[in-house]
Design a protein around this ligand. Structure first.
Ligand SMILES: [Zn+2]
Length: 88
C-alpha cells in the first residue's frame, strides 16, 4: 500500500478497486467492473477497441494476444526441457 492510500479510511469491501488516478493523483476508489481493472467511469465499459490488425496501433503483430501466447508456450516448453535435462 502506498503512502497516499494508507492515509485514506479503510474500505468496507473486498471488491477490486479501479486502478485509475484522479486529477489530485489519488487513486479512484470506486469498485472496478466485474472482470475488469477499471470502474464504469474510467473505461470499464469499453470493450477495448478492435483487436489485432484492425487496431490503429498495430505495427508488426509481435505483441498480439496470439504472439504473446505462443512465446509463453515456447518458454514453458523450454523450461520443461531444461528441468528434464538437468534432472539426471
Ligand atoms: Zn475509476
Amino acid at each position: 500500500m502506498s503512502e497516499r492510500t494508507a492515509m485514506l479510511p479503510k474500505l468496507m469491501t473486498n471488491a477490486r478497486l479501479c486502478g485509475a488516478k484522479n486529477r489530485a493523483g489519488l487513486p479512484c476508489r470506486c469498485p472496478a467492473m466485474r472482470g475488469k481493472a477499471r470502474c464504469s467511469k474510467h473505461g470499464g465499459k469499453s470493450p477495448g477497441g478492435p483487436k489485432g490488425e484492425h487496431n490503429g496501433n498495430y505495427r508488426h503483430g509481435g505483441e498480439t494476444l496470439e504472439a504473446i501466447e505462443l512465446r509463453r508456450q515456447v518458454s514453458r516448453a523450454l523450461k520443461t526441457i531444461r528441468s528434464e535435462a538437468y534432472a539426471q
